[in-house]
Design a protein around this ligand. Structure first.
Ligand code: ZN
Length: 247
């Protein structure tokens, strides 16, 4: 009985033969090294293959994919890919590409328990929480999740800009960050125009002073007067406080 995975091996033979037929030195040239201009951070979804949907060839895009295209600042896998792409491959553009109808986004919008993956999806819940007013104003369920796909991409581009790796690159050269969303129903990419090209595009507290770059100290915007506590300890009944979490 033919196993389903055998079609992949068969498909690979057709691929290799077709490439060699078109250019006999195709693989010889590719094996010498890679100089991709782009780093792609996309969703693991099988329907969003970076090369196929952008009509690009092997060697053109360095790729990292995870569920719902997240940029988490403690993810050593992503940070390693990012450092290698930026520092050694010297990519010129980093693209975070989400997609409409994303299962990860939809799952994060519910209270359903899935297991370990919910810890990962928690990052999307944070984006939801941050934009709850806007999202709840959208009546249609699909439209709401599609908007969260967009807001999630915007947040992940911001997260990229906050990394030391991107900011170190900005202190030396140009590096452009982009946020895109792909439509499963029409095959088209929408550019969200969330271009980040330098430290000016992020809030001051996230800026690092690297290689002599001058960053402005964060400004205290608080209008609440500082209350000095008395030095003498006053015994008081302990109060139970309910603290509402801030955004
Ligand atoms: Zn997805």
């Amino acid at each position: 009985m033919e196993k389903s995975y055998q079609k992949l091996i068969q498909g690979n033979k057709i691929y290799a033969e077709t490439k060699k037929f078109k250019d006999p030195e195709y693989f010889e040239k590719l094996s010498k090294g890679q100089t991709p201009e782009y780093l792609w951070i996309g969703c693991s979804d099988s329907r969003v293959p970076s090369n196929e949907i952008t009509s690009t060839q092997s060697g053109e895009i360095f790729v990292h994919r995870n569920i719902a295209n997240l940029v988490v600042h403690t993810d050593t896998n992503l940070l390693s890919v990012l450092e290698y792409a930026v520092k050694y491959l010297e990519v010129k553009h980093i693209i975070v590409c989400g997609h409409y109808g994303c299962g990860g986004i939809k799952a994060a919008m519910t209270n359903t328990y899935h297991g370990f993956v919910d810890n990962w999806l928690r990052n999307i819940k944070d984006v939801y929480h941050k934009n709850e007013d806007e999202l709840l104003a959208i009546a249609d369920k699909d439209e709401r999740s599609n908007r969260l796909s967009e807001l999630n991409v915007i947040e992940q581009v911001r997260n990229l800009a906050k990394t030391t790796i991107v900011q170190e690159a900005w202190s030396k050269r140009e590096l452009h960050l982009h946020g895109w969303v792909y439509g499963l129903n029409d095959g088209l990419i929408k550019d969200l125009s969330v271009i980040h090209d330098g430290q000016d595009d992020i809030d001051s507290i996230y800026r690092f002073s690297i290689n002599g770059t001058k960053t402005k100290a964060p400004v205290n915007k608080s209008t609440v007067p500082v209350v000095k506590l008395p030095l003498k300890k006053v015994a008081a009944k302990p109060k139970i406080q309910r603290v509402k979490s801030s955004r």
